[in-house]
Write a protein that binds this ligand. Structure first.
Ligand code: FAD
Length: 464
């Protein structure tokens, strides 16, 4: 493309922030284009949310052989070939990346394959030497893996999450540095396929941002599976000797030890892609790499917005997509809410058991002096959970003792990432417990646990 084009919105990046912004802009009658230097769909579709979920799904199938064995079916895993698992995960990612191209085309949003650099608040230059002009620019350039001192990535022995997704053979032993959602999901996947996994986390429990009691259930499950989780532990350095890596660790009490492994996966954070895109030329200063934004995700430069992983809201695909909608609706002259309410952002961990949550944890409420009460319903009390042999976990709701309004909800157990949404709808729409308890829930379903936990809020439990 060499001619100068003019758009209402130029969007840089085609991840869940960028492509959603493009489509929403077209729906609202804006002329938009999306510029992408790599594969359409960004991290999420290509090397994030989707391929990990494919691997998790396949790990679950592989683990279910023990259930077949309990039925007397002998399962021979001799022909197991991880390469086929890998191929299926790539197929899912590729299919969705093509889906993004299709959706942009269907909405008449040009997808321009190029690396973009902002040259003014109204213009972007491309690496083919051309220039695009627009009334607004949305920066949705996402993030990349954060390297930690002592563990430089080589994608052979020291892997990023992308390197781990492209493994075609499994190592015998793997140390994972960082036990956030991505670290825990890889621990679950690798352990399921027989890799000896050691998970290392600096904070005092895995998934440091999740509710302590929910995490304890997952920690127990990890222990039963043989995943070793070293919490309150920092990884200092790495030594390579022949085929073996030695990782030096130190815990908060100052105890040191060395653990041997074949590969190290570092998933201790992400850093925003905000360098080399011209921010300094338009007066945008970053803070720890993130772009400061105000209402509607407007940056310090007039007409330039930033959404998704480049801003310091939670680094999640659904956050990027919602921020995209808010920004574009604002540009189109609508009046959306100016920013996301952090207490209604769901968080999801796709291990088995899963975790689905939003809002305050008990420690948040205690730390902030917020009065709360909690209602808990165990999976064991659910007919459906018993029938499908998934009785590990609970549904917990924290609520205001006076108004009974939901302050937070934390589910750990089978399908928790789906179940959380009924409670989230209640919180986001200001529904009362009675709105849920008076609604008929099909029997037997796991969703009945949401009904039951809200009955507990009303002090009239039936099934426990
Ligand atoms: P990205 O998806 O990172 O997309 C940015 C795009 O911009 C990229 O395609 C990049 O090539 C392009 N780009 C960058 N610079 C330029 C430039 N100068 N010119 C043109 N194009 C450019 N989130 C969830 O919500 N659920 C999950 O289950 C989940 N799982 C994850 C698993 C893994 C292993 C990882 C790494 C992340 C996961 N995430 C998950 C996080 C999620 O992927 C990100 O939050 C999300 O992709 C951010 O979207 P984005 O649009 O901001 O950026």
């Amino acid at each position: 493309m060499n001619a100068t084009a003019e758009y209402d919105v130029i969007i840089i990046g085609s991840g869940p922030g960028g492509y959603v912004a493009g489509i929403r802009a077209a729906q609202l009658g804006l002329r938009a284009c999306v510029i992408e230097k790599d594969k359409p769909g960004g991290i999420c579709l290509n090397v994030g949310c989707i391929p990990t979920k494919s691997l998790i799904h396949q790990a679950g199938i592989f683990l279910s052989r023990s259930e077949l064995e309990r039925m007397g079916v002998a399962v021979d895993t001799g022909g197991f070939d991880y390469h086929r698992v890998y191929e299926k995960s790539r197929k899912a990612a590729d299919m969705l990346s093509m889906g993004v191209q299709y959706l942009l085309k269907k909405n008449n949003v040009p997808l321009i394959h190029a690396a973009a650099r902002i040259v003014s608040p109204r213009a972007v230059s491309l690496d083919d030497g051309s220039r695009i002009e627009g009334k607004n620019i949305i920066i949705a350039t996402g993030s990349r893996p954060l390297e930690i001192p002592g563990f430089p990535f080589d994608e052979d022995r020291v892997l990023t999450s992308t390197g781990a997704l492209f493994l075609q053979e499994l190592p015998r032993r793997l140390i994972i540095l960082g036990a956030g959602a991505v670290g825990c999901e890889f621990a679950y996947i690798m352990n399921a396929f027989g890799v000896e996994v050691c998970l290392v986390e600096m904070m005092n429990h895995i998934l440091p941002r999740e509710d302590d009691e929910t995490v304890a259930v997952l920690e127990r499950s990890f222990r039963r599976k043989g995943i070793s989780a070293l919490t309150g532990t920092r990884a200092h350095s790495l030594e390579k000797s022949g085929g073996t890596l030695s990782v030096s660790l130190e815990n908060t009490e100052g105890n040191k030890k060395t653990v041997e492994t074949d590969k190290v996966l570092v998933v201790a954070g992400r850093t925003p892609n905000t360098d080399g895109i011209g921010l300094e030329d338009i007066g945008i200063d970053t803070v720890k790499g993130f772009i400061p934004v105000g209402d509607y995700y407007l940056t310090a430069a007039d007409g330039v917005f930033a959404i998704g992983d480049v801003v310091s809201t939670p680094l999640l695909a659904h956050v990027a997509s919602r921020e995209a909608e808010i920004t574009v609706e604002y540009i189109a002259g609508l009046h959306p809410e100016p920013a996301l309410d952090p207490l209604t952002i769901p968080s999801a961990v796709y291990t088995e058991p899963q975790i689905g949550s939003f809002g305050m944890t008990e420690s948040d409420a205690q730390r902030n002096g917020v009065a709360f009460r909690k209602a808990v319903f165990p999976y064991k009390g659910s007919g459906k959970a018993v029938a499908i042999e998934r009785t590990d976990g609970f549904v917990k709701v924290l609520y205001n003792p006076e108004t009974k309004d939901i302050l937070g909800a934390h589910i750990v157990g089978h399908n928790a990432t789906e179940l959380i949404h009924e409670l989230l709808l209640a919180r986001a729409s200001g529904l009362k417990s009675g709105d849920i308890t008076s609604m008929i829930h099909a029997h037997p379903t796991l969703s009945e646990m949401v009904l039951d936990v809200m009955r507990a809020v009303e002090g009239r439990s039936i099934n426990v």
